[in-house]
Design a protein around this ligand. Sequence first.
Ligand SMILES: NC(=O)C1=CN([C@@H]2O[C@H](COP(=O)(O)OP(=O)(O)OC[C@H]3O[C@@H](n4cnc5c(N)ncnc54)[C@H](OP(=O)(O)O)[C@@H]3O)[C@@H](O)[C@H]2O)C=CC1
Ligand SMILES: O=C(O)C1=N[C@H](C(=O)O)C[C@H](O)C1
Length: 258
Amino acid sequence: MTRILLCGANGKMGHVIRSCVSQRDDMEIVAGVDLNTAGTEFPIYASIDEVTETADVIIDFSNPALLDSLLAYAKRTHTPLVAATTGYSAEQTAAIKAASNDVAVFFTFNMSLGVNLLQSLAKQAARVLGGQFDIEIIEKHHNQKVDAPSGTAIMLAESINEALNTPYELVYDRHARREKRPVNEIGMHAVRGGTIVGEHEILFAGRDEQISLKHTATSKEVFAVGAVNAASFLAGCKPGLYTMQDLLRSTSDEEANA
Ligand SMILES: NC(=O)C1=CN([C@@H]2O[C@H](COP(=O)(O)OP(=O)(O)OC[C@H]3O[C@@H](n4cnc5c(N)ncnc54)[C@H](OP(=O)(O)O)[C@@H]3O)[C@@H](O)[C@H]2O)C=CC1
Ligand SMILES: O=C(O)C1=N[C@H](C(=O)O)C[C@H](O)C1
């Protein structure tokens, strides 16, 4: 039985993770961390330092404000961490990666299978079209989202830059500019409204032709299933930085050996 410590346990994703775990007989949530400690079937603490239960893995869908104590706890207790929160500064992202020297960390800004494929398709398109087509990333999310642009949009832009010979500049705001668009930039656009779960489109716009790559999530379950599978994979892993690619590889290895 894999024992989970769930950070952000009373948030939107926290509730979907709880429902997802309740449908599995190989996992249980032993404790939670959240600013809202309203009681449930397991104890929820306001601070991670108050947690007394031992867990095999942490799943974090909370807020960047928790990061320092979260990483300290994971390292101190040698508990692998599935890091799913977004909105980090560059320094915080570097701290997550550095923590993986001491403890297993699964880090991605998007737990869905489809976005993982979108990332490689975007890289492939950028290799062919870079320097000729303008690249714009448009993401759409619900009106409760606090960070912009989304972590996924940043992750997609970084993947595109890995594929290009010279990285493009990420441009977040053109409202004060009075100049034509140079080709070596990626325009980043965040739309917020209603209950949109999550949409990411990469537009490659060339002369008289356009290619659009797009992923739409229609429920938060796609993220929860990915995170719970990642937790099951990560529990017991040695220190290191793990991504969706590692999870997919382990799943296909298991299928091949079955
Ligand atoms: N990687 C992925 O695939 C996905 C990532 N996410 C990311 O996960 C995060 C959570 O999303 P969502 O569930 O929608 O957000 P919510 O705001 O609904 O949930 C976050 C929860 O964390 C709590 N919280 C805030 N600050 C702290 C803190 N310092 N310590 C402990 N708990 C805290 C919040 O409490 P309170 O409400 O009182 O502030 C809230 O209950 C976001 O960053 C989001 O972008 C979301 C979906 C998919
Ligand atoms: O806040 C959300 O809801 C989501 N956040 C993630 C992000 O910022 O990329 C992933 C997903 O699109 C949902």
